[in-house]
Design a protein around this ligand. Structure first.
Ligand SMILES: [Zn+2]
Ligand SMILES: [Zn+2]
Length: 171
């Protein structure tokens, strides 16, 4: 039974929170990321994501503060290799009862976390990712992944470039 209900709509009834302003409720859920959230990026999701937030009413709005973690299968923007890494998203949202352009809303005392998770993940997918901070990339001449093996293309280039010959004259 528990398993069957795991991926049902992620909603939270906040009626009791509205009745007691300032009282925090921890809400935690896992979710299955949808492929469309990665947009045009060549990435895939590596499994279930997790949302962990505190939810409370502050006399006016519903506050949702916490984190979303999603395992990602990335493609390095520099060398093209695949690597796995978690995407961490800080959640800090103010939910209004009346719709406006900047905030999520809650309707009839219900917070729809499906919508919030989908929009936050989609808008936080990075455009550029590196397999490591100092990724050396691909040699544009021989095509080797310079993280894995070095090549001598850079040295040969030195001989052919005008600054290389200029340097010879001074030597
Ligand atoms: Zn790389
Ligand atoms: Zn090379």
């Amino acid at each position: 039974m528990k398993h069957a209900s795991e991926f049902e709509a992620k909603t939270l009834d906040v009626k009791s929170l509205i009745a007691r302003p300032g009282v925090k409720h921890s809400y935690c859920t896992s979710f299955v990321p949808q492929d469309s959230w990665v947009g045009n990026n060549p990435y895939a999701f590596g499994g279930e994501g997790k949302l962990q937030v505190d939810v409370w009413f502050d006399e006016e709005d519903i506050n949702v503060v916490g984190t979303i973690v999603v395992p990602m299968n990335y493609v390095c923007s520099r060398c093209g290799s695949n690597f796995e890494e978690n995407l961490f998203i800080e959640v800090q949202e103010v939910l209004k009862s009346e719709p406006d352009e900047e905030h999520f809303t809650y309707k009839g005392n219900v917070v729809d976390f499906d919508k919030i998770i989908g929009e936050l993940v989609a808008s936080n997918i990075p455009q550029q990712v590196l397999c490591r901070q100092d990724c050396k990339g691909i040699c544009l001449i021989c095509g080797k992944n310079k993280n894995e093996e070095s090549c001598k293309c850079g040295q040969n280039l030195g001989k052919n470039n005008p600054f290389g010959s200029l340097k010879d004259k001074f030597n």
